[in-house]
Design a protein around this ligand. Structure first.
Ligand code: PMP
Length: 326
């Protein structure tokens, strides 16, 4: 019989799928690493499991312990699934700009969810960074995951996502394009691919309101770059340890409107019902058109599933209210 011993064994080995209509004007082959096939419907299952296993191995996480994390939802889902199988409790701290579906989903898998204001400085005691850190210090037998600076995040992608993409493209990949939040995906996959072939180009997708692009280009952490934005999952107002700027060749920024519109277009033109950062990633890839030539094999990674955005990017009333469609 062929079966997984538990749900965690189904993480990874996701398909690579050709994008056809949206990339018609590009000279190259564009393939999507389709991470919604993971059991928690996002790429984050991979790093959640690796972070837990590494914390178990060195004693940071002990039997019956409580896992605490600031999460926009997907990491929480991955942690919650692993916690159920392995017998831990979960408390998640989220920013109030995140979609309601994400909070509901985390509560559905048994986690306690605390919602914090989005528009406060990361160092403010009310911010979700500060609250999650404080709970980690106060709650006995707890472990604060810290996906931003926890390097097991990058390691997960170096060990699984990177090798999968390399093998699925038979080493023919020339460009890797991906949204950047904690930086785990781009750094882990990018490092693996460049070790196999230093000519592979690695492009990060950033948002307006985030510090990454400017920092990468100038080395300056410019607070003027920071302002609230709508796009979910990518961009930051901090520099996480998981972003390895040296392996990234460049960033392109995508507007909130374009990210939302292209999230709809992926569903309507490709049958790919995906999250908001997938819209940003495909639009960013199209912005990079001049980079690509006919023999190139470009892989874009799509992080999460559309079901988490039915109240927003897939709701035309919301899209009109935001001024994204007429
Ligand atoms: N897209 C979505 C939907 C996400 O949840 C995240 C993680 N914040 C990302 C993209 C960015 O991935 P990473 O944290 O690995 O940079």
């Amino acid at each position: 019989m062929d079966y997984a011993k538990n749900i965690l064994e189904t993480i990874g080995n996701t398909p690579l799928v050709k994008i056809n209509k949206l990339t018609e004007d590009l000279p190259c082959l564009v393939l999507a690493k389709y991470e919604t096939f993971n059991p928690g419907n996002s790429v984050k299952d991979r790093m959640a499991l690796t972070m837990i296993e590494d914390a178990e191995a060195d004693g940071r996480l002990k039997p019956g312990g409580t896992i605490i994390e600031g999460t926009s939802g997907n990491t929480g889902m991955g942690l919650a699934l692993a916690a159920i199988v392995k017998g831990y409790k979960c408390i998640f701290v989220m920013a109030d700009k995140q979609s309601k579906e994400k909070t509901d989903i985390l509560r559905a898998v048994g986690a306690e969810v605390i919602v914090c204001p989005t528009d406060v400085d990361p160092t403010d005691p009310r911010s979700y960074y500060s609250v999650s850190k404080r709970l980690g210090e106060e709650i006995p037998n707890s472990w604060y995951v810290n996906q931003y600076d926890n390097l097991s995040n990058t390691k997960a992608h170096y060990q699984s996502t990177g090798p999968e993409i390399w093998n699925q493209t038979e080493g023919k990949i020339t460009h890797f394009v991906v949204g950047v939040g904690t930086g785990g995906t781009i750094s882990g996959v990018g490092r693996y691919l460049k070790e196999q072939n230093p000519d592979v180009k690695v492009w990060g997708i950033d948002t307006y309101g985030s510090v990454f692009k400017k920092y990468h280009e100038t080395g300056i952490f410019d607070e003027k770059e920071i302002y609230p934005y709508v796009t979910e999952g990518i961009g930051e107002d901090i520099l996480p340890k998981n972003v390895d700027f040296d392996i990234i060749d460049g960033f392109t920024k995508v507007t909130d409107k374009d990210a939302a519109v292209y999230t709809q277009l992926l569903a309507k033109k490709e049958g790919m019902f995906l999250g908001n950062s997938a819209g940003a990633a495909i639009k960013g890839l199209l912005q990079l058109k001049e980079q690509f030539t006919k023999d190139d094999v470009v892989v874009v990674l799509f992080h999460d599933h559309g079901s988490r955005y039915v109240g927003k990017m897939f709701n035309d009333e919301w899209m009109k209210k935001m001024g994204y469609i007429d």
